[in-house]
Design a binder for this molecule. Sequence first.
Ligand code: G1P
Length: 299
Amino acid sequence: MPGIVTKAIFPVAGMGTRFLPATKAAPKEIMTLVDRPLIQYAIDEARAAGIREFIFVTARGKSALEDYFDRAPELENLLKEKGRDDLLDILQPTNMDSGAIAYIRQNRPLGLGHAVWCARRLIANEPFAVILPDDVIAAEKPCLQQMVEAYETTGGSMVAAMEVPPEHVSAYGVLDVKQDMGAMVSVRGMVEKPAPGSAPSSLAVIGRYILSPHVLDNLNRIGAGAGGEVQLTDAIAEEISSGRDVYGLRFRGQRFDCGSKAGFLRATVAFGLARDDLRDDLSRYLAELGPGRHGAPPG
Ligand code: G1P
C-alpha cells in the first residue's frame, strides 16, 4: 500500500523576472488571477487532495506570502464590527492551522531540484507532493486529487503530464513512455528541456508531482543538469534507474502557464468567464472586440 500523501512542497523562491516591474516589490505568487493570488489556487488544490502540511521554499523578498497566510486580527475585527460576514468567509481559505505551514529559505537559486531538496528535513520517510504555482489547472476534479487517487493504486512516483506541440517540448521535462495505458503511462526515462528534435515524446511534465522520498536521496547525489541547474526531472529519472516505478498521468483539465504573460492573460479571461458575477460583462466585452479587432490600449 502506498503511503498517504499529506505534505506538499511549494517552490516559491523564483524572482519572477518575466513579470518585472510588477515583481520588483511583490512576489510573483501574489499576482492576482481575477481576485485570488496565484498561490491561493495552488493551496486550494492541495487541500482538496488531502494535503495538511504546506512547505514553502522561499527567498528574500517573499515575506508577503507569510503575511498572506497569517491571521489579520485588525482586519478581521473591523469586518466583524461592520457585520461583514461575507468578507470574513472570503478570507477563510487564507487561514492556516497553527503549525500547518512552514517556510524554508533557498539561499541560492540553484534550480527546482535544489529548491525541493531544501525542504528535505521536513519530509520524513513518506511520499510528498510538489506543486508549481505557475501552472494553474482548471479542472472539475482538481489535478492533484486526480493524481492522489491514481497513486493509491500505482504507488511509486507520479508526474502530471500533457501533450504539447512538438515545437514547445524544449521548454519542459519530457517523458520517455514505456507503456501507454491511456490516461496513465509508465515511464522509461525523463529528459529536462531536450534540445529541439531530440525529445523522446511530446508528453510534457506539468507542475504537479507525487514523489517517493527516495527522490530526496537522489537529489543529494545528482549534480547540475540542464541550464546548469539541479533538476527535479533528473532526480525522478534516477528512480527508474534504481528500479522503482514512475508514472505520468494525463490529467483531465486545462492548464495555464501563468509563468508567461500570455498564459496569465488567457487564465484571467478563462477564470473570469467561469465566474457568474463577471461572465456577462466580460463576454460582452470580448464580443465587442470581435475577431481580429483590438481593444484600445489603456491610458
Ligand atoms: C519546470 C520543470 C519542468 C516542467 C515545467 C512545467 O520547468 O523543470 O520539467 O515541465 O516546470 O511547468 P520551468 O517551467 O520552471 O522551466
